[in-house]
Design a protein around this ligand. Structure first.
Ligand SMILES: [Zn+2]
Length: 118
């Protein structure tokens, strides 16, 4: 069962800026932790690739988890199982889409449009 405790490892954030699945990585910023695209850093991309500014702070990330967990919990209360594959929403200039929901694993595509404009 997907619980709040294990949701952090069962939810995989995917950068929405690439055709292939690029997993976002957690970083320690000067003020707080955040998830960013590994392709922000030159060592993670080829010479032709542009730097990717996609990122999400932990407050918004937490809200994303709460939203998904809330929907799953509600379905469980009703004795249903929910398949969130292709579920989309947006919040504060960031777009989210569940690419794949299989078992307890959720791959969520994240695209922070405000960060991309910079
Ligand atoms: Zn990216």
């Amino acid at each position: 069962m997907l619980t709040i405790e294990n949701s952090w490892k069962n939810i995989v954030p995917i950068c929405g800026n690439h055709k292939e699945r690029v997993e976002m990585v957690i970083n320690n910023g000067p003020h707080s932790m955040f998830y960013s695209c590994p392709k922000y850093y030159p060592e993670n991309r080829t010479k032709e690739e542009r730097a990717c500014n996609n990122r999400i702070n932990l407050i918004e990330y937490r809200k994303m988890i709460d939203k998904l967990m809330g929907m799953i919990a509600e379905a469980e209360v009703n004795g249903e199982t929910i398949d969130l594959t292709n579920f989309k929403w947006s919040s504060k200039g960031t777009e989210y889409k569940v690419l794949e929901h299989s078992g307890d694993k959720l791959y969520v595509q994240i695209l922070n449009l405000r960060a991309m404009k910079r």
